[in-house]
Design a protein around this ligand. Structure first.
Ligand code: ADP
Ligand code: MG
Length: 578
């Protein structure tokens, strides 16, 4: 049984496998390696994922969601079609889909996955990711930090060699910066820093707001469908600006009517607050490992947002160097995750590689002080390499104290109430005057995110232990029940045809008049051609339609000409779309 490597992204996800002595990315429904991390509930209750679901963010926003990775581990839910879903559940639909794609690709069962997570994910977010894996029917023994995965893949492309890399990952929702040391067979992360509220979507929002402001539209009071529509088009304009110096967005009719022109400088101005925040994690990561920009051998660009020339330029100025990007920024984490899967399968080609990871947050306990609130006392500091075991001694604070409560916290805040509480271990101590009895508290944290806490009462030598594991906190029974429930929900097959239909539906909603009629006729012809077609004929039809729709998309979004082949459709029936 195979193990898959999965990059479970905010916007897009990828799956890769170890195959024929190397890592391979698995193509999804439409032949693309990227599967949009979007879920939509069909009108008949079925679950759609990927491109089809992404299209429905515009046509059926109340039934669709994306970006739920940002909610992982928060306890918040998303309402889709009137039914609440935990972000873990929505992620599990994506994972299930990726698992199926990988199984179809390999022709064998995939039972386990290595999933990448942002280095900045805390214990709860990691636990939520594992839970999503379990709910999709995958065993998840190992999570890998995204920058470590990227560095691993970068090293592979560089055919080994030793260098220090700065990994700059700007995806849809988060920014992760890390400094990674790659020597012969050893990959170790030296420092991580990030901003888990800064990503490509924030650029889309800046553009959408600027558009609305210029055209007197109140962005904050837009209904969900119009808001999704303008965000979609803003993202389109942003991507257009990755291809050329200037571009414009024009919507000729309807409640969003207006226009916005932008060039690179305008983009920088519109998004100035984002650039201000972008430099901080870079400086912090370098400072944490006492390096400066000159010590960095390679800058590894990761994440779709690194396709923006303004981002590269910003980095180039910040680090005072040329930035070359030999890899595709949106697949490199997926490749690295696949290598980790190969390492778990103990494949010959990668069995000698050792990965050391860092603890991305501080772990410690609370100590009382006169002010009242518990103060955080770190035992394992952020950026300690893993596995790590550290001990600290604590004394009783009142006369005849009977128990010491070792509360376990994770975070970087001075007051425990602002950190994340992972639990408590209560230990009895012999009564004695304050400050005479003591306990040795030992924290051991390993690469799989399991924290073992051992407390020894120094006067008696008695030991107490508890393991805080992030394996999702689900009991076997709960998992079984959940799996059964999910099995009863109908998942739509990974389906390129469905993705085309949903895209047409979205474009239809976004355009008007004659364009709608032409679109309907194209669709009608497409459906007719597909009806009795064989598999390969159908594939060709889908490809032809996708190409046409891509041009149409740019035109409808207001920054391209009407594709010349768009008007060629014969003038027979003009039945509108359902
Ligand atoms: P994540 O890891 O969060 O899933 P990705 O690495 O897939 O994210 O990046 C998604 C982000 O990249 C989105 O915000 C998307 O708009 C942006 N993006 C993708 N392609 C481009 C491009 N050509 N130019 C600018 N931004 C892009
Ligand atoms: Mg990513």
């Amino acid at each position: 049984m195979a193990i898959a490597g999965i990059d479970l992204g905010t916007s897009n996800s990828l799956v890769s496998v170890w195959h024929g002595g190397k890592v391979e990315l698995v193509p999804g429904e439409t032949g693309s390696f990227l599967t949009p991390s979007a879920v939509s509930i069909d009108e008949d209750g079925g679950i759609l994922t990927g491109q089809a679901a992404r299209e429905r963010l515009v046509t059926a926003p109340e039934r669709s969601a994306t970006g739920f990775k940002r909610l992982m581990g928060t306890g918040r839910t998303c309402i889709l079609g009137g039914r609440p879903f935990a972000p873990e559940e929505l992620s599990s639909f994506i994972l299930r889909r990726l698992r199926q794609d990988a199984e179809a690709y390999l022709g064998e069962e995939v039972a386990e996955a290595v999933i990448s997570v942002p280095a900045y994910f805390n214990d709860r977010q990691r636990a939520a990711t594992k839970k999503a894996g379990i709910m999709s029917g995958l065993r998840v023994e190992r999570l890998v930090n995204e920058p470590s995965a990227a560095a691993l893949a970068c090293r592979m492309v560089n055919h080994g060699g030793s260098f220090t890399a700065l990994v700059f990952d700007l995806g849809g929702g988060t920014l992760d910066v890390s400094v990674v040391d790659c020597s012969e067979n050893d990959i170790s992360v030296l420092a991580v820093a990030g901003d888990n509220r800064l990503g490509g979507t924030d650029f889309d929002q800046c553009i959408a707001r600027a558009y609305c402001q210029k055209n007197n539209i109140a962005f904050d009071s837009l209904p969900p469908d119009l808001r999704a529509d303008i965000m979609f088009r803003a993202e389109g304009l942003k991507k257009e600006l990755s291809l050329r110096d200037s571009a414009s967005l024009t919507i000729s009719e309807g409640p969003l009517a207006g226009s916005l022109e932008a060039d690179q400088q305008r983009l920088v101005d519109l998004c100035a607050p984002l650039f201000q925040r972008m430099g901080q994690p870079v400086r912090r990561a370098l400072a944490d490992c006492r390096m400066n920009a000159g010590d960095i051998g390679h800058v590894v660009l990761v994440g779709g947002s690194c396709r923006m020339p303004v981002v590269r330029q910003f980095l180039s100025q910040l680090l005072r160097r040329e930035i070359d990007a030999p890899f595709s920024p949106d697949t490199i984490v997926g490749l690295g995750a696949g290598m980790c899967a190969g390492m778990r399968e103990r494949r010959d080609e990668v069995r000698d590689i050792v990965m050391t990871d860092l603890c991305p947050f501080s772990l410690g306990t609370g100590v009382s002080h006169e002010g009242g609130d518990l103060l955080f006392s770190p035992i394992i500091e952020r950026n300690t390499s893993l596995p790590s075991s550290q001990t600290k001694r604590y004394y009783t604070t009142v006369d005849d104290q009977r128990t010491v409560a070792v509360e376990v916290y994770q975070g970087e805040e001075m007051l425990c109430k602002d950190d994340l509480c992972l639990g408590v271990l209560k230990v009895p101590v012999p009564p004695a005057p304050a400050g005479t009895e003591s306990v040795d508290v030992c924290f051991t944290y390993d690469i799989n995110g399991i924290l073992a806490v051992d407390v020894t009462v120094t006067s008696t030598g008695e030991r107490f232990s508890r393991v805080f594991s992030d394996s999702g906190n689900l009991t076997e029974q709960e998992v079984g029940a959940r799996l059964e429930e999910l099995a009863s929900m109908r998942m739509h097959e990974s389906d390129a045809l469905r993705a085309v239909r949903e895209k047409v539906r979205r474009l239809y909603a976004q355009c008007l008049g004659k364009d709608r009629e032409t679109l309907s006729r194209h669709m009608e012809r497409f459906e007719k051609n597909c009806e009795n077609a064989g598999l390969s004929q159908k594939k060709r039809e889908i490809q032809r339609m996708e190409a046409l729709l891509a041009g149409m998309d740019r035109y409808v979004s207001g920054y391209g000409r009407l594709p010349s082949d768009f008007e060629e459709v014969p003038e027979d029936g003009s039945t509108p779309l359902q």
